[in-house]
Design a protein around this ligand. Structure first.
Ligand code: ZN
Ligand code: ZN
Ligand code: ZN
Length: 393
């Protein structure tokens, strides 16, 4: 949640955050929906042992797509394990920040429609181990005065434009045809579903005056005439476009599949080969290996020296670890970069195998060869299919 309130209200799998509901997307929770906030609000300072994701090629690809070197690190989603006291309280404050969206709620008992900040609806989330029970409720509902207070659910209409802006639907202005209400500056509204099977048949009425209007008038061709211009709102950042927006917004229903499109980049990360493992062990035990007078003594050393027995657990094609190879191997700055050396067979230790295929250049400028292991490459796997993917909606 945004602001000072930080406590879990639900959960999502990492793949869900990457492909279905990333930054700027709406996530449907059991009792309301939330908008994933921008990366500026993601906090890792409460996680003691978090580490950035070290993938230089992926980072370069991200910088190339965004067109600026402003991205310094790749980070995992903030998360802290803890299901029992006292860790559970600390863990409940760490997660992907979200904000309730749409900010208009409807009482499920009396259909009253009001924004969250109007004070009409209350919020409860008092069970640390049951974030899925977090909910808004109508405390002074005229339809239900005893028992559990009725649930307030998200009003299901939002506005979006093709410049990637997402905004609440202007219910009060819409129902009053952009004129002031006789009952005051903040009129009380009601949203009622009239049913039927031909599109949406939802009517918004004003409790303080006779104004009423069907949501059908905000959709399709009529919507272009009846809706105001886009306000340029980036709801996931809490900002408005400084120069406004000239696009005409359209009504979307919360949960529509065309609200948000993922833009994904991927990098091929090749793990260390056994040659790299062997080189590490040779370096580790070099003090013992260097005392052997000749290569022929190595089987004896393995049989009699406990330190050298560890070399038996490394499967190699040469059977003879080569100290110079380990020393000359260029150290890489990443943990995923493979060691670019072919392990020579015994008797040809000083010759490297020639690569039979010509070198090619990967999109990130690194040289690839046909020799295994390959250099990891980076390639955009999908592109944004809609301009709105930039900031989510
Ligand atoms: Zn109510
Ligand atoms: Zn009114
Ligand atoms: Zn816009």
């Amino acid at each position: 949640m945004s602001g000072q309130y930080r406590r879990r209200v639900g959960s999502a799998r990492p793949s869900h955050l990457m492909f279905t509901s990333g930054v700027g997307a709406l996530v449907d929770l059991p009792n309301f929906s939330v908008l994933v906030r921008g990366l500026d609000d993601w906090r890792h300072d409460g996680i003691p042992d978090w580490e950035p994701i070290v993938e230089p090629r992926l980072l370069a690809a991200v910088r190339a797509v965004l067109g600026a070197p402003g991205v310094e690190q790749l980070r995992p989603a903030p998360w802290l394990e803890g299901t029992s006291p006292p860790e559970v309280e600390k863990a409940a404050r760490i997660g992907v920040p979200t904000t309730p969206f749409p900010a208009w709620l409807r009482c499920s008992a009396c259909n009253e429609l009001a924004p969250i900040d109007s004070g009409v609806f209350g919020f409860e989330n008092d069970k640390l181990n049951r974030p899925q029970d977090a909910r808004f409720f109508h405390g002074s509902c005229p339809r239900k005065k005893s028992g559990r207070r009725p649930l307030a659910v998200a009003a299901r209409f939002v506005l979006a434009c093709t410049a990637a802006h997402l905004d609440d639907f202007p219910y009060a202005e819409f129902v009053h045809h952009d004129a002031p209400c006789d009952s005051g500056e903040h009129p009380r509204l009601r949203m009622e579903d009239r049913g039927g099977n031909v599109g949406a048949n939802v009517e918004v009425t004003c409790i303080g005056c006779p104004a009423r209007r069907n949501m059908r008038e905000a959709m399709g061709k009529r919507g272009e005439q009846n809706l105001p211009h886009c306000r340029g709102r980036d709801a996931h950042l809490g900002t408005f476009a400084p120069d406004g927006c000239a696009q005409q917004p359209k009504v979307l229903v919360v949960g529509a599949s065309n609200q948000w499109f993922a833009q994904t980049l991927s990098a091929l990360a090749v793990p260390r080969t056994s040659a790299g493992e062997l080189a590490t062990k040779v370096e580790k035990h070099w003090a013992a290996l260097s005392t052997l007078p000749s290569k022929e003594m190595l089987p004896w050393g393995r049989a009699n020296s406990p330190a050298l027995r560890e070399l038996d657990r490394t499967t190699t094609s040469c059977g003879s670890p080569s100290r110079p190879t380990a020393r000359r191997a260029p150290r890489t700055s990443t943990r995923t970069r493979p060691t670019p050396i072919c392990v020579p067979r015994s008797g040809r230790s000083s010759r490297r195998r020639r690569c039979p295929t010509p070198a090619t250049t990967s999109p990130c400028g690194e040289t690839r060869t046909g020799c295994r292991p390959r250099w990891p490459g980076v390639s955009p796997t999908s592109s944004r299919s809609n301009a709105s993917a930039k900031s989510g909606p």
